[in-house]
Design a protein around this ligand. Structure first.
Ligand SMILES: Cc1cc2nc3c(=O)[nH]c(=O)nc-3n(C[C@H](O)[C@H](O)[C@H](O)COP(=O)(O)OP(=O)(O)OC[C@H]3O[C@@H](n4cnc5c(N)ncnc54)[C@H](O)[C@@H]3O)c2cc1C
Length: 253
């Protein structure tokens, strides 16, 4: 990998949610322009090697710094090192952003209802999308559905409320719907595909999936993405291709 493709950026803050989840911010070089929903490629020197991984940007496209939300994979080549990150450390950032999990990909149907369905760190691109004023202007209903295993993994809850107040000021169609799959006492605790098939998710959202009005984004665990996609297709929704269709996906592995 050519090191010229990267700039060195400084870590400005680290926030640990649990032993296996943390967020960090770093300096944003002036040339790094991205669209909400895109991902960056971040590099870390491990010995003489540069190990690089994709990371969805959490920040608003308007922010002066870049924020990311990370898992720690035990023995993972990248995150077993990244987990020791401290303020002042340096990380490599590839100069250009990537990815098509952006609202610009939707042309038909016209924007009306937006469903953002994420598991675990798959929440990240949706936080960026929600920190873009255009999202709130374009969509009359916005459902943020965030599935985790345990209550302690439910990161960013307060920030989500703050974002809705700041960016969606006066908007009345936003709903935050957490799913906690290992907590039978949680209002929603089954896997997303099940909650779609049995109608529970729509009941809590007070909104139906509809091929004429829904834009649906899925992000995170590939098994969830695949099964959810199939559950939605069974309801008549279509993959978004060349601008047309309802469902857009991003797999994290
Ligand atoms: C487009 C894209 C965007 C991504 N954005 C993010 C992000 O914002 N935050 C983030 O933490 N990761 C993200 N990832 C995953 C990330 O690139 C790495 O896989 C992750 O940092 C682990 O790296 P690793 O070398 O430690 O383990 P790897 O060798 O890369 O992965 C080992 C295994 O860990 C599991 N795993 C990997 N990533 C995750 C995850 N995020 N959550 C749960 N289990 C996982 C999988 O079983 C995988 O096979 C993204 C991946 C892609 C393709």
């Amino acid at each position: 990998m050519s090191i010229e493709k990267f700039t060195l950026e400084k870590v400005l803050s680290v926030h640990r949610w649990t032993n296996t989840l943390f967020s960090f911010t770093m300096t944003r070089p002036a040339h790094f322009k991205f669209t909400a929903g895109q991902f960056a490629r971040i590099g870390l020197k491990v010995g003489d090697d540069l190990v690089v991984r994709a990371y969805s940007v959490v920040s608003s496209p308007f922010d002066e710094t870049l924020e990311f939300f990370s898992i720690v994979v035990p023995d993972g080549a990248f995150t077993s090192n990244l987990q020791h990150l401290k303020v002042g450390d340096e990380l490599y950032l590839e100069k250009i952003p990537y990815g098509y999990l952006t609202l610009a990909r939707y042309q038909l149907p016209l924007p009306q209802d937006l469903w953002l369905l994420g598991t675990g760190t798959g929440l990240a691109p949706f936080l960026s999308i929600l920190q873009d004023f255009e999202t709130w202007q374009k969509y009359s209903k916005i459902q943020l559905v965030y599935s985790v295993r345990t209550q302690s993994e439910l990161a960013y809850v307060e920030r989500i409320q703050e974002i809705a107040e700041t960016f969606g000021e006066g908007h009345t169609g936003f709903k935050f719907i957490p799913i906690i799959t290992r907590d039978p006492s949680a209002q929603l605790h089954e896997r997303l595909p099940v909650l779609i098939a049995n109608g529970e998710l729509e009941k809590v959202a007070e909104l139906d999936f509809n091929a004429d009005t829904s834009h649906i984004m899925l992000c995170g665990n590939p098994e969830m993405v695949e099964d959810t996609k199939e559950a939605l297709k069974a309801r008549g929704l279509k993959m978004n291709r060349r601008g047309e269709g309802n469902i857009a996906v991003e797999n994290y592995w």
